[in-house]
Ligand binder design. Sequence first.
Ligand SMILES: Cc1cc2nc3c(=O)[nH]c(=O)nc-3n(C[C@H](O)[C@H](O)[C@H](O)COP(=O)(O)OP(=O)(O)OC[C@H]3O[C@@H](n4cnc5c(N)ncnc54)[C@H](O)[C@@H]3O)c2cc1C
Length: 356
Amino acid sequence: MMKKLVILGGGYGGITIAQHLMDKKNIPDDVEVVLIDRMPFQGLKTEYYALASGTVSDVDVRVHYPADSRLQVVYGEVSGVDLANKRIDFSGMESLEYHTLIIALGCVDKFHDIPGAEQYSNTIQTFSATRNTYQAVNDVKPYGQITIVGGGLSGVEMAAELRESRSDLKVRIIDRGPSILSAFPEKLQSFVREWFTEHDIEMKGNAILTQIEPGIIHNGVELIYTDATIWTAGIQPSPVVQKLNVLKDGQGRVLINELHQIPTFPDVFVVGDCASLTLSPSAQAAEGQGKQVVEVIHAQWKGEIPKLGQIKLKGVLGSLGKKSGFGVMGKKTVMLGKVPRALKSGVLWMSKRHFG
Ligand SMILES: Cc1cc2nc3c(=O)[nH]c(=O)nc-3n(C[C@H](O)[C@H](O)[C@H](O)COP(=O)(O)OP(=O)(O)OC[C@H]3O[C@@H](n4cnc5c(N)ncnc54)[C@H](O)[C@@H]3O)c2cc1C
């Protein structure tokens, strides 16, 4: 009987696994590889801020799945995983049984139980939500106001790109910390703050959001008027993972062993934003982990004991519109301005051409 190796999610983690499995040409005859996603292509999530702003179009942020006769691609909305019965459930589609499973379903927004936050803000966590955000922000009347909640990497990239897309708008970014990009070195933070000041983006720190209503954000007793709100203030693993009854970390990510498996269900690997790693969630971490999962699977096929090294990250690159940006290489090397922006375009160019 054929053994199904099923990859849930064709994002950065899932597609890395599919691609590396196909590259090696040593898939045993009795193994069938199945990739499942709700979308008919990979969405380049790291570029969703540009799709939302209207500076790139839909097709610019898609990558085709690998075309290979040994890879079966199934489109469907996964609704749950039954670990005990080794079964994947879908909305409106027959369930599927697996022999080995890789869960790489990414993350969704976390609204921290703030009333109205989910209902009255737009997000950039899924392709579909980003299309709605594009519509909402580009429909804002001339000289209207847009507020971005959350001053991390994606919020900062969103604010800068929006400025480039709509010079008429008042753009504001608010954060609960004292500064935007508080996880980054101070030199980088001050460069971005200066860029925001020069480009007329208002920064509001130490915010305590208590409620969002249509057109109004409540920051304690202060009322912030806004024509559209974009939420970039927190993530949590896919709802499918939220429902799994296994051990998780404080952020709801699945605890995994050194081979990236769920310790109590070693036939299930968890990858990317769904997995509890010491690294922050990122496309690079998901890809690095994906490569290691393929090493483990190959070793298992050969009856060997897998030996994995550390996942190595190259660094973080962020954009400030199309002409400027910032980056941190290793732990401390900061790059500012045109060079990191050009590097970021290069990384995107490579990820788009990865599959020919
Ligand atoms: C604006 C923005 C900028 C970013 N910039 C960077 C950056 O510069 N560098 C970096 O390293 N990281 C960056 N990140 C983070 C990075 O995008 C994520 O960490 C990365 O996408 C995680 O990969 P993943 O494989 O876990 O999930 P994803 O890449 O999100 O893939 C998940 C896949 O699962 C599918 N899926 C989800 N739920 C279901 C379901 N129920 N049924 C069927 N299919 C489903 C989705 O369609 C998707 O294809 C950024 C994120 C954002 C939002």
